[in-house]
Design a protein around this ligand. Structure first.
Ligand code: MG
Ligand code: ZN
Length: 441
């Protein structure tokens, strides 16, 4: 029997062996055991995004393209649909739960199966096995994908309660998560409860910028670098907000000190958010950030016999397409010529009311009609300006979109290290967790 203490006093749940998605007493010796697991989730990172990255890296030249880092580790595909009664397209909570626990569920659920029963996550099981655990992302760290690995809630909207769970819930009397890095100060430092102070009292270090992150020496660490989500990578040039790869490095430095190994989740949280906005500049920015974090994970696992690295997506977003309107020419050089997200450019234009400021951010020769279109929005809402910029960028880069929501196509799986072949072929999103449960030492 596995006993999970969900808080320090009340024993809420008693997961029997049978509630694990994988039956631990079967086939237990058939797979090589793994000490360390690094799972990376690019939220919304469907095939058109990772293919787009290959074009983007190649610029707009013709001819043979080099494989991306992802391409070099491609092993299979997974189907993302949830078991929602009303929808056959997943949200990030249901997909995160499937990837975390091995159970597909309804949209909005965190760490619960379709019957709303608590099911253990791979992070919790790793902690139960004496390993260290970490959550790293670019959204607030209590957002759906990350939360699916560390809480059990009927709704992803319970942001304050989820943040409370990160501190309050224990496994074998130990804190569930050892390293948390991302955004979300506004949920952790609240009027009704100051979780930051409580984490510090519980022996955690606390950092709020990349300088403090580098200097910190605590083994257990809370790092919150923004009130909500972090700025997109392309907009971080003048800030001390760390990159996803810097946060991944900082987490690995700490987690690897545990002789029993670790489980680390790294989320490229805002690839999806750029997709919802139909913002190809933001999408490529977040994909590059995620690619660099994947590289950090690969570098850690290189020449080791004890680590598996898996990178995948929870679903695709926006129906992003490489080219549109029969142009037969996608132009990533247009995307590369833009140095800030449309949201940041729109905010600056609105603040200053100076259209000429646009040339600081967009090294792209715009037609007079484009400038007029942008100018006309400066008397409207910032959102109108942002949308005008997005439309212009999609037009010149020839990027297509079909929706502001998620889409249901299968997504890629990339893997490196021991047992990587176990993820080859086509599988369900929930199978990824089941395989990880099976191989964890
Ligand atoms: Mg997410
Ligand atoms: Zn989404």
């Amino acid at each position: 029997m596995l006993f999970y203490l969900l808080n320090s006093t009340v024993q809420l749940s008693d997961f029997s062996i049978n509630t694990l998605p994988y039956m631990l007493n079967h086939e237990v010796n058939r797979m090589k055991k793994v000490k360390n697991i690094i799972l990376l989730i690019g939220d919304g990172m469907g095939f058109s995004y990772t293919t787009g990255l290959r074009y983007f890296n190649h610029d707009s030249r013709l001819g043979l393209m080099n494989p991306t880092l992802f391409d070099q580790y491609f092993v299979g595909t997974q189907s993302t649909y949830s078991l929602d009664a009303k929808s056959n397209i997943t949200d990030s909570a249901a997909a995160g739960t499937a990837l975390a626990t091995g159970y597909k569920t309804y949209n909005g659920a965190l760490g619960l199966n379709i019957e709303k029963q608590t099911v253990p996550s791979i992070l919790e099981y790793a902690k139960f096995r004496g390993k260290s655990t970490g959550l790293v992302g670019t959204s607030q760290i209590n957002h759906a994908t990350l939360a699916a690995f560390a809480t059990h809630r009927e709704s992803r909207e319970k942001y304050n309660e989820i943040a409370d769970d990160y501190l309050d819930e224990r496994i074998n009397g130990k804190h569930k998560i050892d390293v948390m890095l991302g955004g979300g100060t506004s949920y952790f430092s609240r009027n009704d409860r100051n979780l930051v102070e409580e984490f510090i009292k519980n022996g955690f270090g606390y950092v709020t910028n990349s300088i403090e992150l580098l200097a910190d020496r605590n083994e257990k660490l809370l790092g919150l670098f923004a009130p909500m989500e972090l700025p997109k990578h392309i907009d971080r040039y003048s800030t001390t907000v760390p990159s996803l790869s810097q946060m991944t490095n900082a987490a690995l430095k700490r987690l690897q000190q545990n002789q029993n190994g670790f489980f680390l989740l790294v989320e490229g949280s805002q690839i999806d958010w750029a997709g919802h906005d139909n913002d190809i500049v933001g999408a490529m920015s977040e994909l590059k950030d995620f690619e660099a974090a994947f590289n950090v994970a690969i570098q850690f696992a290189l020449n080791r016999e004890d680590t598996i690295v898996v990178a995948t997506a929870d679903h695709s977003t926006g129906g992003m397409s490489i080219d549109r309107n029969g142009n037969y020419k996608w132009n990533p050089s247009v995307i590369r010529s833009i140095k800030s997200t449309p949201a940041v450019i729109a905010a600056e234009l609105h603040k200053t009311k100076e259209l000429s400021r646009i040339t600081r951010h967009m090294h792209l020769s715009l037609h007079l009609e484009d400038l007029k279109a942008i100018q006309s929005t400066l008397e409207m809402e910032v959102e109108d300006t942002r949308q005008a910029l997005i439309d212009i960028i999609n037009h010149y880069s020839s990027t297509g979109w079909t929706t502001k929501g998620h889409t249901g196509e299968d997504v890629p799986i990339y893997a490196y290290g021991i047992n990587r072949h176990k993820f080859s072929g086509r599988m369900e999103n929930s199978d990824i967790a089941r395989i990880l449960f099976e191989m964890i030492d």
